[in-house]
Design a protein around this ligand. Sequence first.
Ligand code: 5RP
Length: 274
Amino acid sequence: MDWGMRNRIARMFPTGSGNTVMLAVDHGYFMGPTRRLENARTTIAPLAPFADALALTRGILRTSVPPESTTPIVLRVSGGATILKEDLSDEVITTPIAEALRLNVCAVALSVFVGAPREHQTLKSLADLVSEGEATGMPVMAITAVGKELEKRDVRYLSLACRVSAELGAHLVKTYYCEGFDKVVESCPVPLVVAGGPKLDSDRAAFELAHNAIAQGARGIDMGRNIWQSEHPVAMIKALRAIVHDKATVGEALSILEREKKVAPTPRPRAASA
Ligand code: 5RP
């Protein structure tokens, strides 16, 4: 692996724990103005200093992140379908590698929809992107997307989707946590980070997800809604950092959350649910 690629990966996985806390704010590319991400700039600004990377699209990067920012960027480069359509797997590459290089990002990310109607199209996009990434020093993160079929997220399916992604050359895979996650880790030869999925019932549940994922071998989280749909997003990301980087227990994370709620900026007014 050439220096440029190694340098980009190192920027996303800072020294110390070697793990990463990515903040996912790319939901609008197919969900539109997701609750509490309606104004991306307002959501991102207080959280960016506590993220090891921001995962977003070129549109939100250009409009909502100041170019002075030093937070590494993971650029989503796939899209082309929205929640208004039945088949979310109909994605193509929406941003060329040349633009990702110009935007000085640390990695590009795309969804693969294993087992979905457009499986072949998305896997071909992954393979093509890896070839370009290898040629230019740009790491590629595959996202094992399930669209609306959240029930797909079990050990058998995720092991298959992660392994296929790694076989096609992904340098990093973002997937979901599941029962038996250690088996997903064991059969995937590249680092895994986990998404949070829709907002969970409690902060404890989000901490348990992150804690169990790290304990079973994930190299980090790439979490969105369980952070920025919280009443206390900054306190939430700080507590998650303790789990990912400092091996904090769930109980310790809850204590950090309570402490940080008192020092974090005033919570936003409650928005109408969506
Ligand atoms: C959207 C994504 C999200 O980045 C991913 O699902 C992580 O966000 P969340 O923790 O809210 O699930 O890939 O397509």
